[in-house]
Design a protein around this ligand. Structure first.
Ligand SMILES: [Zn+2]
Length: 477
């Protein structure tokens, strides 16, 4: 039997194993020179290993021999190489004229004792342009792409190239793009990007928008752009999207509540919504999307805390003054919940039918005005309700743990602990409180060290002792 008669999945498995072996044996680094020579100068240059090769280069090298065997194998190799395509910003202009671009010939380069060379100018968007050319001229290659990831490219020119690349990838499922795409693309670009209801094209499954603060010239260029928000166009249909992630803070035309409310008109089938590390989307924007996808949503993460850390969660306010605790507890498919809300109360934990699992996190600025009683009484009721919920889940062998972030402290109801910086309370009590404190592994940024900042030392005290200090006025909620 000839190897090409093997079933596709067995052949694919063999080729994958061969590729992995090639990858382990191939060149994995590239050279540079210690100093770029200036004109009319002859400095002594020496080689150094500049850094590891990118994953794409490693994968490409590993399928070199396979691509040359037959059309079938070539096709398999293209699928392997182009399934995930990463385009990142250009770093450094150095390329050494004497260093061959054929990495298999590096061993010859290594024999040269006195390397010479000069930096060759490289187009910063060269890689992006070649990708665009390749996909435009070879639709069969573009058809292999499942995931596209663009990083560090924020200019009008790169946005155009990115959109052109996306439009050629008919089977694209996962896309990660700079938020500038939302600002500079037209409605037609978005129709081509989402691929909903177009024969022969796969609708987009997952979309990530990443934002950063731009240098002044790029920011000015973006601010002066006058493209109309493509989301306003009724042809832009997000109903096929299962996952939406919005990440990162920016000052320049950031993704905001208005965008999310426009998205909510069609984003009715989201399973995962992740809004992290940005303060331009409030609870109102998040809620619009959650309501639109209430029947399908399984994972919700809304943590606007940015570098400011835990002390400025900025969840925003709901203008309507709407009470959302019950609504959040009623989402039928919800599994993973990590939210920042303006206020919370025991209603959030009253529904024992929820599918919540793993670690639940709720960051609240205040307590709801719905219930009667003093703040400490409300807090006590919340902690008790959450404990009941966790116990109910345990009875049916579902592991659920929880952290509540409130009043500058982190509460762990199942351990009946409150973590915080209690130095002022200790001072206020004249040293009588706390009677029984232990050092804490938590800090103002959640787990210690998350943001690499000096977090100071936190203590953990029992819930009862914490509430006692509140009652005596040593801690203010
Ligand atoms: Zn409430």
């Amino acid at each position: 039997m000839h190897i090409s008669d093997l079933p596709q999945e067995i052949l694919s498995d063999i080729l994958l194993k061969a590729t992995k072996a090639n990858e382990a044996e191939g060149e994995s680094y590239t050279y540079g020179l210690t100093q770029a020579p200036l004109p009319l100068q002859k400095p002594k240059l020496s080689k150094y290993v500049r850094g590891p090769l990118t994953g794409e280069s490693l994968r490409w090298d590993a399928t070199n021999s396979i691509r040359q065997v037959s059309t079938q194998w070539h096709d398999w190799a293209l699928g392997y190489n182009l399934e995930h395509v990463l385009e990142r910003t250009w770093r450094g202009s150095e390329r050494w004229a004497e260093l061959t671009v054929r990495r298999r010939k590096y061993s010859i380069y290594e024999l040269i004792d006195n390397p010479s060379g000069y930096a060759v100018y490289r187009d910063p968007y060269g890689s992006l342009k070649s990708t665009d050319r390749l996909f435009a001229s070879l639709p069969s290659a573009a058809g292999h792409v499942r995931r596209l990831w663009f990083n560090g490219l924020y200019a009008a020119e790169t946005d155009k190239l990115i959109l052109s690349i996306i439009a050629n990838c008919t089977k694209l499922q996962y896309l990660s793009v700079p938020w500038t795409i939302l600002r500079r693309a037209t409605a037609q670009d978005w129709v081509d990007l989402l691929n909903v209801g177009i024969a022969g094209r796969t609708p987009l499954h997952s979309l990530e928008l990443n934002a950063v603060c731009l240098p002044r010239d790029q920011a000015a260029a973006l601010e002066s752009d006058t493209t109309i928000n493509p989301l306003k166009d009724p042809r832009v249909d997000l109903s096929s999207l299962k996952r939406l992630k919005i990440f990162g803070n920016t000052l320049h035309k950031p993704v905001c509540d208005t965008d999310l409310k426009l998205m909510a008109r069609t984003a009715t089938n989201l399973e995962c919504l992740d809004i992290t590390n940005l303060s331009t989307i409030t609870v109102a924007g998040m809620l619009a999307l959650v309501k639109a996808s209430r029947k399908t949503l399984q994972v919700l993460e809304h943590s606007p805390r940015s570098d400011d850390g835990f002390y400025h969660p900025h969840p925003g306010r709901l203008e309507t003054g709407e009470h959302i605790c019950e609504f959040l507890a009623s989402l039928p498919q919800m599994r993973d919940l990590s939210i920042s809300v303006p206020s919370m109360c025991a209603d959030l934990f009253a529904n024992h039918e929820v599918k919540w699992a793993g670690e639940l996190q709720v960051r609240a600025t205040d307590l709801c005005a719905c219930a009667t009683g003093s703040k400490p009484e409300k807090l006590q009721a919340i902690l008790a309700a959450l404990r009941d919920l966790i116990a109910a889940k345990r009875r049916i062998h579902h592991e659920l743990s929880a952290q509540l972030f409130f009043a500058g402290c982190i509460f762990e109801p199942e351990k009946r602990l409150a973590h915080g910086d209690f130095a002022l309370a200790e001072l206020g009590s004249g040293g009588r409180w706390p009677r029984d404190a232990q050092s804490s592994t938590l800090g103002p940024y959640g787990q210690s060290g998350t943001y690499g900042k000096d977090e100071g030392l936190w203590d953990a005290v029992g819930e009862g002792e914490f509430l006692e200090a509140v009652g005596r006025g040593w801690i203010v909620l």
